[in-house]
Design a protein around this ligand. Structure first.
Ligand code: MN
Ligand code: MN
Length: 497
């Protein structure tokens, strides 16, 4: 029998010359990506896992069995019902956003599996596609018992198929990053930026929040997913290395673009869970502290290693770390009926904690919560008063990230307008505008929610928009977890020293 070392290269790294087609016909630039180089330039492509299919299957089987064992022990409905209400609502965000985002990762990985420029890259992408399929199925399986219990968990499964504003933004992001992407940009945007950088937020950060919140099922799930991500993320480095020799300016652009776009998405996906939907005594760190330790340090080191520069917008980004996800949470609370999960008002103790963690702009945010609290005091607590403490005007969305205009600070709004080819666009921030202007052909025809309302595609009246266009119902749309009945709110005016 052959030793492993003797057959492995034939199984995972085997390229050949074409005789009756040209290489650029097998790997057209439009779908393989830029820069288009002959295979000779890619032939040293290598990664360190060097897995065979048989080993892959054995490994994954073990991992799945471990997840099932935990599910059997602690994944029953009654286990999950014991979790704190804010954390359960954080789960509703992930139940909606995770499975099908992972599924778009299957499609992107398959693009690499066919159009990646070296056979080892294609092998690795094939495993990556199987990984992402697993990441679709596991959350679907684990969240399924919750569907009959809570209609918002049920709605979470519909999320991606609706025109809910956050679904529009999530599709705008994942369709560009994964489903509609060429193999090279996928390797940079997904494998390099998202999977080596930002998924730490989801899989390391959320895992420790879940542990602190006693949600060991969720902790186990994301930890298991992370072991796959750590492997297929390795595709990014060797692709980037080759590109650096041929078009470093393009590499810098792709990194800067995908860092910014990922930041926008994850500040919501992880930021809200970390600083608001986890009970105060269970927060191991603030979102900003986690970003600094797990994302920024590591990302800057990697940039340095490859001779790349910090993104030009770094100061803007660092400033946003103090405010952006806070502004998004406050605006989402104000418009909670447009979403499918429930919210909490930060208590005086939480506001004190937030002030310590975010001294730079917390005064501005505190004023917003004071107003919200005052409004509840005026109308009184109760489910019937939900819409009396709610926004009514239609918010405006950024023409790049499709998220509400919440960048800058309450005192210094960074929204900006662009007129191009007779059309008007609005952006939440300078980096969103910059990305749009680099690739207008990619973004200019997308209609944000306001344009859909103006063209009659979507109803202008908020209740109709919620039910007819977002497909929410009074039962499923977001509320205040306590309907304004907070002990601290009823007894005294919330003042935070
Ligand atoms: Mn995944
Ligand atoms: Mn992945």
């Amino acid at each position: 029998m052959l030793n492993r070392e003797e057959w492995l290269p034939l199984a995972r790294k085997l390229d050949w010359d074409y005789t009756y087609v040209r290489e650029d016909e097998v790997f057209p630039q439009v779908i393989s990506g830029h820069p288009w180089l002959p295979h000779a330039e890619w032939k040293d492509w290598e990664e360190s896992f060097k897995t065979s299919y048989r080993e892959y299957v054995d490994n994954q089987y073990e991992k799945d069995m471990a997840v099932y064992a935990v599910r059997d022990a602690i994944g029953r409905l009654e286990n999950i019902q014991k979790l704190a209400a804010p954390w359960l609502n954080s789960l509703k965000v992930h139940a909606a956003a995770l499975p099908l985002a992972e599924f778009t990762g299957v499609i992107g990985s398959l693009r690499g599996a066919r159009f990646g420029r070296d056979s080892a890259w294609r092998t690795m992408s094939t495993f990556g596609a199987l990984d992402e399929y697993r990441h679709t199925q596991i959350p679907l399986l684990l969240f399924h018992p919750l569907v009959r219990w809570d209609s918002q968990f049920d709605w979470a499964h519909k999320f991606y198929h609706t025109n809910n504003w956050f679904a529009v933004a999530a599709r705008h992001f994942f369709d560009e990053l994964t489903t509609g992407q060429n193999a090279i940009e996928f390797a940079i945007g997904t494998n390099f930026v998202l999977e080596t950088g930002f998924t730490n937020l989801q899989f390391v950060g959320l895992a420790s929040l879940a542990r602190e919140s006693s949600d060991h099922m969720f902790e186990r799930m994301v930890t298991s997913i992370q072991t796959d991500e750590a492997r297929h993320a390795q595709i990014g480095h060797p692709v980037l290395e080759v590109m650096m020799k041929h078009d470093p300016e393009y590499v810098q652009y792709l990194l800067d673009k995908w860092f910014w776009r990922s930041w926008r998405m994850f500040s919501i996906l992880t930021g809200l869970s970390t600083d608001y939907l986890t009970a105060l005594e269970q927060r191991p760190y603030s979102f900003k502290e986690f970003m600094e330790e797990w994302i920024i340090d590591q990302y800057l080191r990697t940039l340095d290693e490859f001779g790349l520069k910090k993104p030009w917008y770094w100061d803007i980004f660092e400033d946003e770390l103090n405010i952006y996800h806070h502004a998004i949470y406050a605006s989402a609370y104000t418009y909670r009926a447009t979403l499918w999960f429930d919210f909490v008002i930060p208590s005086p103790a939480e506001r004190k904690w937030l002030r310590q963690k975010y001294p730079k702009y917390w005064d501005d945010m505190d004023a917003v919560w004071e107003q919200v609290a005052e409004r509840w005091r005026t109308v009184g607590p109760g489910a019937a008063n939900e819409l009396a403490v709610h926004g009514s005007a239609m918010p405006t969305f950024c023409d790049l990230c499709q998220l509400p205009l919440s960048a800058g600070t309450p005192r210094k709004n960074t929204a900006n307008v662009l007129t191009k080819d007779g059309r008007k666009y609005i952006f939440c921030s300078a980096p969103c505008r910059w990305i749009f202007l680099r690739e207008p052909e990619r973004y200019a025809n997308h209609k944000d929610l306001v344009k859909r309302v103006l063209s009659g595609e979507a109803p202008a009246h908020l209740p109709d928009l919620l039910t007819e266009y977002f497909r929410l119902t009074p039962d499923t749309w977001g509320k205040d977890v306590y309907h304004g009945a907070y002990e601290w709110l009823a007894t005294k005016k919330a003042s935070v020293a």
